[in-house]
Design a protein around this ligand. Sequence first.
Ligand code: FES
Length: 168
Amino acid sequence: MTSLLREIPYNDPLKVAEQKATIDHAIAENKDRPGAVMLVLNEVQGKIGHVSPSMQAYIARKLNVPMGQVHGVVTFYSFFKTRPRGKHTIKFCLGTACYVAGVPQLIEKAKQMLNIELGQTTPDGQITLEECRCVGACSQAPVVVVDEEVQGRLRPNKFPQIIKRVQS
Ligand code: FES
């Protein structure tokens, strides 16, 4: 845990005064409450958008709990992200109907166009590619969720327009 705190990247929220204050505030407000780990992580995720490994180590140290406990919560719930996300997210449904209907081809197209992998963000911080589970729109498979908007019956040849729209 100590080495994680020593190797904090320059752009980590712990190095940004305002964001560090947000983390400290979440800890101070919740440290004596039952379920403090979950409460702090929830608040930090909601306000900063992710909980990096160094943030997890910091929170564990401040709450005086094992790092494994904090890390366990972060990895168990998909709600928690460990890296900052882009301004926009494109999520690919990996439910069976969408998978069979061609989501893998859409993922390949997006990776080629943006030159990033699933789970990564473009260098300009604009777009993050993610996978998701069934969003309940199987009749429109294959489905992609752009920010919070469900886009169905997508074909690889139409997909570039969606990406260009998000970029503009
Ligand atoms: S499997 Fe994709 S919406 Fe259900």
